[in-house]
Design a protein. Structure first.
Length: 278
């Protein structure tokens, strides 16, 4: 609906952008495409039951709370390397060894990984660094299939470029930054192709995409957090179905597994929100 609104009302969309430039405290709208701005504003329009940009501009001009809410809406892609680093330690020391052990025992070489809601790519790149560090030379003996999906085209395109600001590295060991990234002349850092090329980034909406299968490790962290209970339950069941026996599901640190999937998954580590399909 909103794309029609933008198409029908380009003049007020420009005015809205001016208004956002002036009023938003955190977000620099100039950094975002019209598509992305439209998507984020759409959520607030739905919440305020407003269907005209002109009316929404009037609300923003008089209501600082709405400005805060829209700012939050923009920060929804927020992520960083090794976000919630205790989970990463657990992943490296416990989950990865178990996955690798199972593969060796069964004689399988392929490891299927999926990051659902990968945003700008920091999460899948962190996983690839862990794989490289853990497997070292024996990485070549495995066939890693890594799918990273997000419905936000801008985010996925940035993930594909793999260029990051310094701030994104705040939870990453300096050693990894030096080993897997190179510094650009503008002060940004670029992921080396050895980790970037391990991942296939795909634009896909969790609600309409066809689910992958035989997943050994599924990350879906801080992504379904704003969905309603019904949608979450439905997705968690789908996640259960697409994970292979013995495979892992890793959620965000503040998320709770809800719905029927809660009875199906085994809690592998409750603090780190790691679940296993038995
Ligand atoms: C806060 S980021 C999480 C990034 C990373 N997983 C982490 O935990 O750091 C949430 C991402 O979910 C994506 N997202 C939200 N709804 C989605 C949907 N229905 N389908 C696919 N991606 C979605 C957003 O575009 C955003 O990039």
């Amino acid at each position: 609906v909103i794309f029609l609104l933008l198409a029908k009302d380009p003049e007020n969309f420009e005015k809205l952008k001016e208004c956002l430039k002036k009023n938003l405290k955190v977000t620099d709208v100039a950094k975002y495409s019209d598509n992305f701005i439209t998507r984020r504003v759409e959520v607030r329009l739905r919440n305020t039951s407003i269907d005209k940009y002109s009316e929404y501009i009037r609300l923003l001009e008089k209501d600082s709370k709405e400005i805060g809410l829209l700012d939050e809406e923009f920060s929804i892609n927020v992520t960083n390397f090794f976000r919630d680093h205790s989970m990463w330690e657990f992943f490296y020391n416990t989950v990865l060894p178990e996955v690798v052990k199972r593969k060796k025992l069964s004689g399988q070489k392929r490891i299927n990984i999926w990051s659902a809601g990968c945003s700008t790519g920091e999460e899948p790149l962190s996983v690839c660094i862990m794989l490289k560090e853990f497997l070292g030379d024996s990485l070549g003996g495995f066939e890693i299939s890594y799918k990273a999906t997000d419905f936000d085209t801008d985010a996925v395109n940035r993930a594909r470029r793999g260029v990051y600001e310094d701030l994104q590295f705040r939870e990453m060991k300096q050693e990894y930054k030096e080993k897997y990234f190179s510094k650009n002349s503008d002060g940004t850092y670029e992921a080396s192709s050895e980790i970037k090329n391990m991942i296939s980034f795909v634009v896909a909406d969790l609600f309409s995409m066809s689910m992958p299968h035989d997943i050994d490790i599924l990350f879906c962290r801080n992504t379904v957090i704003y969905f309603n209970l019904e949608s979450k339950s439905m997705l968690y069941e789908k996640f259960y179905d697409c994970i292979s026996k013995g495979g892992f599901f890793i959620m965000g640190k503040t998320e709770l597994l809800q719905g029927p999937a809660r009875e199906k998954f085994k809690i592998y580590d409750s603090k780190e929100r790691v679940y296993q399909k038995e």
